[in-house]
Design a protein around this ligand. Structure first.
Ligand code: BGC
Length: 335
């Protein structure tokens, strides 16, 4: 009898442990993360697409937000909201890397894992950066411009920001590359539009009026190339003023096909969104150290995932679009 009692007790204990573990699984909350971008633009739709795809596959609760145009206070306010909502991880693209330091430190102190994507903020204490190596990519753009201009001519630089690191690094890389060509001159001032497309077109039109001999535009952000192209077209200067620009939205691809944009430096922002989810989810579930251990380190022991770029011209447009299809990046453009 005693033997039976002991066996039934053991069976009961095992069963209740099993029940408890089921209950535990049911109660486990989904990992909650937020991805913060810089401005409403088709460029950021692709980041969001990557985020949604990874969140679906990994069962993560992911939120995406971009302010209408570059807006540092709005970015900080959003980060504050996510902290108070108890998010577990944040991937942010700061329009001003210094301005976000206090809020990122606050999030980190509360145990929220913070990483940067698209544009970096190394002094914020973020755990890693996922995105383009912007200095090197700016150099590629500069070399391409020099090749297109046969090493001579006046070039205007258009950008959306004078604070975001990606803009500053791209411009520096570009200037360093063209500095090897003494007959290429960068026009003053740099055209800054705070990611406002209408302003970007206006500034490009004024630059064309002030510099009748302008030979090229370097578009630093996604909307800069197409904005400069619109100004060039309405001034009837297509083919006379060349454009090298970052990014490959449908608008860029149509303009490359039409010969309005000479070359685009295509970022792989789908992976910035996708990998942000993968890395944050891993940090939250497997632990920060276990995740960091597997990630690539720079010579200064920083953790950076360089997502790479593609140089797109009329010649490789069809192959590039095929590659976008393989990645699952949605686009309307069909070569
Ligand atoms: C940049 C982003 C920017 C976007 C839209 C991209 O080239 O990487 O930081 O917000 O253009 O302008």
């Amino acid at each position: 009898m005693r033997k039976y009692l002991a066996i039934s007790l053991i069976v009961l204990m095992v069963f209740s442990v099993f029940l408890l573990s089921c209950q535990h699984k049911i109660q486990v909350k989904k990992v909650r993360i937020g991805i913060l971008g810089k401005s409403v633009h088709p460029y950021w739709d692709v980041v969001r697409l990557g985020m949604e795809e990874a969140a679906r596959k990994l069962d993560v609760d992911a939120t995406f937000f971009v302010p209408p145009t570059e807006d540092v206070p709005k970015q900080i306010e959003t980060l504050e909201t996510w902290i108070s909502m108890g998010f577990n991880g944040i991937s942010f693209a700061p329009s001003d890397p210094d301005a976000v330091i206090p809020v990122i430190k606050k999030a980190t102190n509360k145990g929220i894992f913070c990483i940067s994507q698209d544009t970096d903020a190394p002094k914020s204490g973020r755990l890693c950066y996922i995105g383009t190596g912007n200095y090197a990519a700016g150099k590629i753009a500069g070399k391409k411009m020099a090749e297109i201009l046969n090493g001579k001519g006046k070039v205007a630089i258009c950008t959306g920001s004078l604070t975001a690191m990606n803009s500053l690094e791209r411009m520096q890389g570009f200037k360093d590359a063209v500095a090897e060509y003494p007959e290429i001159k960068i026009v003053d001032p740099i055209l800054v539009d705070n990611e406002d497309t209408a302003k970007a077109v206006d500034l490009a039109e004024t630059a064309l009026l002030n510099n009748p001999d302008l030979a090229g535009f370097f578009g630093v952000y996604a909307f800069n190339g197409p904005s400069a192209a619109k100004a060039v077209k309405s001034a009837g200067k297509q083919g006379k003023v060349h454009i090298v620009a970052f990014d490959t939205t449908d608008e860029h691809l149509f303009m490359i096909k039409d010969g309005l944009i000479d070359a685009a430096i295509g970022q792989r922002q789908y992976f910035m969104g996708y990998l942000s989810v993968v890395v944050l989810r891993d940090m939250i579930q497997a632990g920060k150290d276990a995740t960091m251990m597997l990630m690539p380190k720079t010579q200064t022991n920083d953790t950076i995932i360089d997502t790479g770029v593609d140089i797109v011209t009329k010649d490789n447009l069809a192959d590039y679009v095929k590659m976008m299809d393989q990645w699952g990046v949605k686009h309307e453009f069909k070569p």
